[in-house]
Write a protein that binds this ligand. Structure first.
Ligand code: FNR
Length: 383
C-alpha cells in the first residue's frame, strides 16, 4: 500500500481506480454543490485553543454512542451503492469498522443485503431505512434487521424526494451499470476494479430485490426514489416506525431546532444533524454551523450526532467540542474503500483516529469526553 497520510490521499487514489459513474456518484452534491462545499469549508471557521505544559499522557478516544462502546465516536454513515466502489464493499466496510471498534451503518440502498453483511460480521451493526410507501415492505425490512440482530435503526428523514445531482443524470447512474459505449469504455480503463467486480455476483441492490411494486426500473436510484419513496412522510409515521421497531432509533437528517424537538417528542434515542452530505437541499446551511442551535434546543434531552463534511480528526474534534456525542463519515471511508478495499477503510479510520488523538492532546485534553467549547474559538454569529 502506498503511504497515505490524509483522507485526500485516499480520495486521489480512489478517483484513479474507479469508473467515473461511481466516483461521480460519491463526489458530488445536488444542483450547484454550494452546501456540499460549505460542509467542509465551514469547519475552517472554527479554531482550536492550543494548550501547553499539560500532562498529555494516558489519552483515550473511547466513548459511547447510543450506549454502545466505541473506540472513537466516529461511525460509518450509510452510503448507497458502496458495493459498486469495491466488490462486496459493504461487507468490507463493515468488517473494517468491526475490527476498529466503531459502528457500521448499512444503507437501504446497499448492494450487499442485510443478511450478506450479517453473515460476514460477528457484531451487531446499524441498519438505515428510507421511508417507502409500501408498509408491508417496510415492516419486512425491520423484521430482517431484527432477525440478524441489528442494534439500531437509522431512519433517514431528509430524502422524501431526491435532490437533483447533475452528474448522476448525465452518467445514467444505475446498479448494475447499463452497458453503453461510454460506460464500457470507462470501465475498461479500470482493470483492478473490473476484475474484482467479475469475481462477485453482488452487483444490484441487495435489500430491495423483489420489491418492484410500482417501480419501473429497479436498477435506477432516481426511478426508485421517485416511485417507491414516501413523499407524504410525517412525524406520526416516524412515531409508528419507532413502535414497529421497538429498539434503538436514530433519526438522521435534522437541520432545524424545531425538527429536533419533534424527534425528541417521538422518543428518538439520537438525532443526526445532517444535510445528507450536501446531496439534498442545495443552499442549506452546513451541518456544523447548525450544531450550536440544535444543541441549545435539545442537547439535554437526546444524544446529538453530526455528519456532513468531516474529512479529518480535527473536524471530529470540533463537532465533539461543540457538543455532539458522535459523528459519522460518509465519503471519507468510501474513498478508502475505493482506493484499497477493506484495508483502505481501516486506513481512513486510522488517519482520522490519529488526527483526533494528537489534536486533542495539543488542545490539552486527554479524553474525548472532556472536550467542550472551552477548547474552541468560535466566531461571533457562527451558527
Ligand atoms: C450518502 N448518504 C446516504 N444517507 C442515507 O441515509 N442513506 C443512503 O443510502 C445514503 N447514500 C449515500 C451515498 C453517497 C455516495 C453519499 C456520499 C452519501 C448520506 C450519508 O449517510 C452521510 O449523511 C453523508 O455522506 C455525510 O457527509 P460526508 O461525510 O460524505 O461529507
Amino acid at each position: 500500500m502506498p503511504t497515505y497520510t490524509n483522507i485526500e490521499d485516499l480520495r486521489q487514489r480512489y478517483e484513479r481506480r474507479t469508473p467515473k459513474m461511481f466516483y461521480d456518484y460519491v463526489e458530488s452534491g445536488s444542483w450547484t454543490e454550494q452546501t456540499f462545499r460549505e460542509n467542509t469549508t465551514d469547519f475552517n471557521n472554527i479554531h482550536f485553543k492550543q494548550r501547553v505544559a499539560v500532562d498529555m499522557s494516558g489519552r483515550s478516544t473511547r466513548s459511547q454512542m447510543i450506549g454502545e462502546d466505541v473506540a472513537m465516536p466516529v461511525a460509518l454513515a450509510p452510503v448507497g451503492l458502496t458495493g459498486m466502489q469495491s466488490a462486496d464493499g459493504e461487507i468490507k466496510a463493515a468488517r473494517a469498522a468491526e475490527a476498529f471498534g466503531v459502528p457500521f451503518t448499512l444503507s437501504t440502498m446497499s448492494i450487499c443485503s442485510i443478511e450478506d453483511v450479517a453473515e460476514h460480521t460477528t457484531k451487531p451493526f446499524w441498519f438505515q431505512v428510507y421511508t417507502l410507501k409500501d408498509d408491508d415492505f417496510m415492516r419486512r425490512l425491520f423484521e430482517r434487521a431484527k432477525a440478524v440482530n441489528c442494534s439500531a435503526i437509522v431512519i433517514t428523514v431528509d430524502l422524501q424526494v431526491l435532490g437533483q445531482r447533475h452528474k448522476d443524470l448525465k452518467n445514467g447512474l444505475s446498479a448494475p451499470p447499463k452497458m453503453t459505449a461510454r460506460s464500457i469504455a470507462n470501465m475498461a480503463t479500470k482493470v483492478p476494479w473490473g476484475l474484482e467486480m467479475l469475481r462477485t455476483k453482488r452487483r444490484s441492490f441487495g435489500n430491495i430485490v423483489g420489491h418492484a411494486k410500482g417501480v419501473t426500473d429497479p436498477s435506477s436510484i432516481s426511478s426508485w426514489t421517485a416511485e417507491a419513496f414516501d413523499a407524504s412522510l410525517d412525524w406520526s409515521r416516524i412515531a409508528q416506525f419507532k413502535e414497529w421497531w421497538g429498539g434503538k432509533l436514530i433519526v438522521k437528517g435534522i437541520m432545524e431546532p424545531e425538527d429536533a424537538r419533534r424527534a425528541v417528542e417521538i422518543g428518538a434515542d439520537a438525532i443526526v444533524v445532517s444535510n445528507h452530505g450536501g446531496r439534498q437541499l442545495d443552499g442549506a446551511v452546513s451541518s456544523i454551523r447548525m450544531l450550536p442551535a440544535i444543541m441549545d434546543a435539545v442537547g439535554d434531552d437526546v444524544e446529538v450526532h453530526l455528519d456532513s463534511g468531516i474529512r479529518s480528526g480535527q473536524d471530529v474534534l470540533k463537532a465533539l467540542a461543540l457538543g455532539a456525542t458522535g459523528t459519522y463519515i460518509g465519503r471519507a471511508f468510501t474513498y478508502g474503500l475505493g482506493a484499497e478495499g477493506e484495508a483502505g477503510v481501516t486506513k481512513a479510520l486510522e488517519i482520522i483516529h490519529k488526527e483526533l488523538d494528537i489534536s486533542m492532546a495539543l488542545c490539552g485534553e486527554t479524553n474525548v469526553k472532556n472536550l467542550g467549547k472551552h477548547n474552541l474559538y468560535v466566531p461571533q454569529g457562527f451558527g
